[in-house]
Design a protein around this ligand. Structure first.
Ligand SMILES: Nc1ncnc2c1ncn2[C@@H]1O[C@H](COP(=O)(O)OP(=O)(O)O)[C@@H](O)[C@H]1O
Ligand SMILES: O=C(CO)[C@@H](O)[C@H](O)COP(=O)(O)O
Length: 497
């Protein structure tokens, strides 16, 4: 039997999957690393931690399974998007990576809008948001000019990890699309954007397709992990592109809900389409295809934050125990998940979360359910937007950590008023990366063929009429909270550390 490995460099952890030719996950290892939040709105990670934890995870994966490493034919990557890694001429990291959920760059976004005007959306298909890479580059240029001057190349998180494993410098279209420096339709770095914002084009890494073989593993990595130098390494894709591949979102009409640290509602797009920046529009990991998506910045993160703050010692399953017994609407308690600010539908770095309607009768389980419902309401804003654009959203594949709990999956069905499909393996991005490796190795003629053989639904959750109606009534109240708390959040900003 032959194998491939999919590596998903997430925000909370790196997850490595060993997948056989039948698409079965034979072994999975996960290693976490911390998020550094030195100030409110700042979010960084140390790239060396990604490398260290990935190497450890791979070594465990190889030794635990007693698989013959010669049989591992290919490896590919999925990674958290938009993060900025800066390297000097010697390819040394110049500062910690600034991540997708870092919102320090509001002024840089305004600068981009001022200098590029409508050309920004025409070229990149997206608007300037704090999380994207270009504003981060401008922030470094302004606040750490020496670092900027020393920069020989910038990289995205999984591209840096792959560079450390192979020694080759590349990016690929699906992740490059999230930088705000890519001409999305032409699939090339935009000279115009670089020129107008005085970013040297030379710091942009060479671009390849997601299934492109970039080389093989370095001897040092083979020594540390037990892998072989013959294993081919494929470029991989942005985690949402890989999540879409791993969930079979490879043709029109397919919708994905991914709840990781962030939350995403993603819809496949066969052709380039102009949404005027209302939702994100990026290149897919499937050649010459695209996807549109809305993003909730703190989806799974809101639940993790709540658990870490109030029940650190409990597992998620213990923490969520009892939530099914709480009625839809959490007895009048609503939560907005704006812990890092928000992206969709409110691009607002100042807004913060709130509990509304706290009553003396509320118990801990009401709060936990309200957090889950609030995250799901936020994702529902993106679903409603797609429906307004006349997209049919009646079946949604749900993946990510948030798809592990059946009660949450049922809440998704009831709030989205759509059928929710859970896959045998909810680790969409890692599976998508493994599929890119399998396709790259020539095991399949196309990603669609691979998806048809490898992706297996395991459970379905149908919307329940009574609950759908309760949530339909509550949704406008939830939506109102943003408008009612926007100004209060702005006034409170100066008290945050
Ligand atoms: N057993 C579980 N039940 C419900 N939610 C879970 C469970 N385990 C993890 N999660 C949620 O999934 C999130 C992590 O998802 P994951 O896809 O691993 O994230 P990332 O790719 O960002 O590292 C956590 O923040 C948490 O909210
Ligand atoms: O910023 C985005 C998408 O635009 C995020 O979806 C990141 O790509 C991080 O993903 P997770 O760690 O939550 O999977």
């Amino acid at each position: 039997m032959k194998y491939v490995i999919g590596i998903d460099l997430g925000t909370s952890a790196v997850k490595v999957l060993l997948v056989n030719q039948k698409g079965e996950v034979c072994q999975a290892v996960s290693k976490s690393y911390p998020l550094i939040q030195a100030k409110s709105g700042f979010s960084e990670q140390v790239p060396e931690e990604w490398v260290k934890m990935t190497v450890q995870a791979l070594a465990e994966l190889v030794s635990a399974r007693k698989v013959n490493p010669e049989d591992i034919e290919g490896i590919s990557f999925s990674g958290q998007m938009h993060g900025l890694v800066l390297l000097n001429q010697q390819y040394q990291v110049l500062r910690p990576a600034i991540l997708w959920n870092d919102t320090r760059t509001t002024w840089q976004c305004r600068e981009i809008e001022e200098k590029l005007g409508e050309r920004l959306v025409q070229i990149t298909k997206n608007t300037a948001l704090e999380g994207f890479t270009l504003p981060k580059l401008l922030w470094v240029k302004e606040h750490e000019p020496d670092v900027f001057t020393d920069t020989a190349v910038f990289m995205l998180p999984k591209d840096y990890l792959r560079f450390r494993m192979t020694g080759t410098v590349n990016s690929e279209y699906s992740d490059a699309a999230g930088t705000l420096l890519l001409d999305v339709a032409r699939k090339q770095w935009s000279e115009e954007i670089c020129e107008r914002l005085e970013i040297p084009l030379t710091i942009c890494p060479p671009l390849v397709e997601s299934s492109h073989c970039v080389g093989t593993l370095l001897p040092e990595i083979c020594r540390q992990t037990g892998l072989k130098e013959t294993t081919k390494v494929f470029a991989g894709g942005a985690d949402n592109a890989c999540g879409a591949i791993g969930a079979g979102i490879l043709s029109d009409g397919k919708t994905l809900c991914s709840i990781g640290t962030s939350g995403v509602i993603l819809s496949y797009e066969e052709k380039e389409r102009d949404y005027q920046g209302k939702v994100h529009f990026f290149n897919h990991g499937k050649e010459d295809a695209f996807y549109a998506m809305g993003v909730t910045l703190s989806a799974g993160y809101s639940l993790s934050w709540f658990k870490e703050t109030f029940a650190k010692e409990e597992s998620f399953d213990e923490f969520l125990h009892g939530v099914a017994q709480i009625p839809a609407g959490s007895r009048g308690l609503l939560f907005t998940p704006y812990l890092f600010g928000e992206r969709s539908p409110h691009a607002d770095s100042t807004i913060r979360g709130s509990f509304i309607g706290v009553d003396s009768s509320h118990q801990r389980s009401d709060f936990v359910r309200a957090v889950i419902e609030g995250i799901t309401f936020s994702l529902h804003e993106s679903i409603e937007w797609f429906r307004q654009e006349r997209k049919t959203v009646d079946t949604i594949v749900s993946i990510g950590g948030g798809a592990k709990n059946p009660v949450w999956l049922q809440i998704q069905a009831d709030i989205f008023n759509a059928k929710i499909v859970k896959l045998e393996n909810e680790q969409g991005p890692g599976m998508g990366a493994a599929m890119l490796a399998a396709y790259g190795c020539g095991w399949f003629e196309s990603l669609e063929e691979c998806a048809a053989q490898w992706i297996r639904p395991s459970m379905e959750f149908a919307p329940r009429r009574e609950q759908v109606e309760i949530y339909r009534d509550l949704f406008p109240i939830y939506q109102e909270i943003y408008h009612q708390t926007k100004e209060l959040s702005r006034k409170l900003a100066k008290y945050r550390k």
